[in-house]
Design a protein around this ligand. Structure first.
Ligand code: SF4
Length: 395
């Protein structure tokens, strides 16, 4: 039976229906039946119009990747994984911003923070990621570096305005969700001629990461739960290639328990019907065309560029660099920072986890030498990291 949650318009974001246990139980029954059907169809061979791909990618287990770190945390904190059918496996993807920031980029941020004239502003999660020399921004702050946690880049711009003798650098990590805010800050900084403000742009784009995952011949991903927040900006069009060229079903999904269960069931239903499309479960927030204002801001300030992802390497056109009009606000140019990429910590499986090829308990360091209070890799550091989520809720 199909479960559809349809709260009243005024409650569409906060309705308790999104967390209703009875509806969740029905959705889980649905999931059990659909997973069984996918398994049987895969066992028989061709599935609908896209035979080999879906059957080949399902095999004995239906592997669904939740691309976004917020989904990873929501799945772990709700405890729903324990209730999933045996034939269904959820894999975490490369959607945790701090986790995918390369070691070299972390070293660059640390080098900027070490400069006496610099006030470094960033999001809280960045404070705990160790550089290749084994220390983090927290340690530098204790030792006297001027490092501030902000909730928005606009806060750091305001700080720069009121402290003209300090060089304020915002270290921006994230995906399409956060980049428009930085773009707005830079447009304001340029208009206001705020010369003591700059940005280190470490933003990444989701569709090129999906392209990389799908180009891997070892990929065993049967379907994608796509990120709701990112899609509120981009819309659903940038994902069409996943369905059209790779025949892999996609569902843009919200973050409440019923959103996630429904999103998974929509994916399974596509597989049963032999379809591969991009569907939108989170239509209360995501429109097909996304947010045109935010997209215009991003296009004015940033262009896509080849950038390095932690433990994955350089991914084509997967990051955002400042356009020439804004290049004077590029902190890397202003302070001439150069750092080489450094290797990942020995034994850390973050790269395999981010590519959906391993789960945190597969790492022999998990919960032994690597814990949130003594993290070895970035997936244990960030509040959206897969290892941190497993450790906190599923260990
Ligand atoms: Fe890396 Fe620690 Fe996760 Fe292992 S448990 S993959 S060392 S972050």
């Amino acid at each position: 039976m199909t479960v559809h949650v349809r709260p009243a318009e005024k409650d569409r974001f906060n309705s308790p229906l999104w967390r209703d246990k009875g509806l969740a139980a029905l959705a889980l029954q649905d999931m059990q039946a659909l997973t069984g059907q996918v398994g049987r169809l895969a066992g028989q061979g061709p599935l609908g119009r896209h035979p080999r791909r879906i059957a080949g990618r399902t095999g004995k287990t239906v592997n669904i990747m939740e691309v976004c770190g917020t989904h990873t945390m929501a799945i772990a904190s709700s405890g729903m994984r324990r209730l999933f059918p045996a034939g269904l496996k959820m894999l975490s993807g490369p959607g945790c911003p701090v986790c995918v920031t390369s070691q070299g980029d972390i070293d660059r941020v640390l080098a900027l923070a070490a400069m006496p004239e610099v006030t470094l502003a960033t999001f809280g999660d960045m404070l705990k990621v160790k550089g290749s020399l084994g220390f983090d921004l927290n340690r530098m702050r204790e030792n006297g570096s001027d490092i501030r946690v902000v909730y928005s880049p606009l806060d750091s711009l305001a700080y720069a305005r009121s402290n003209p003798l300090r060089q304020v650098v915002f270290a921006g990590v994230g995906f399409e969700t956060t980049a428009p805010l930085i773009a707005a800050s830079l447009i304001r900084a340029r208009a206001g001629k705020i010369a003591n403000f700059s940005v280190i742009s470490l933003f990444k784009l989701v569709p090129p990461a999906l392209k990389l995952l799908l180009s891997d011949p070892e990929s065993n991903i049967s379907g994608f739960l796509l990120p709701g927040h990112v899609s509120a900006i981009t819309g659903v069009r940038p994902y069409q290639f996943v369905a059209r060229e790779h025949n892999v079903p996609c569902v843009v999904t919200g973050f409440e328990p019923l959103d996630i269960l429904t999103g998974i069931n929509m994916l399974l239903r596509q597989m049963v019907r032999g379809r591969a499309e991009v569907e939108d479960e989170y239509f209360r927030a995501v429109k097909k065309i996304g947010n045109p204002t935010a997209l215009r801001l991003m296009a004015r300030v940033f262009s896509p560029a080849d950038v390095s992802w932690r433990a994955i390497g350089v991914v084509k056109k997967s990051g955002l660099v400042l356009n020439p009009e804004f290049s004077s606000f590029d902190a890397m140019r202003r302070f001439k920072i150069v750092c080489k990429e450094a290797p990942e910590p020995r034994g850390c499986l973050c790269g395999a986890i981010l590519m959906g090829k391993a789960q945190p308990p597969d790492c022999r360091l998990f919960a032994k030498s690597c814990t949130p209070s003594s993290a070895v890799g970035s997936c244990m550091v960030s509040s959206e990291g897969a290892c941190a989520a497993w450790f906190k809720y599923e260990h």
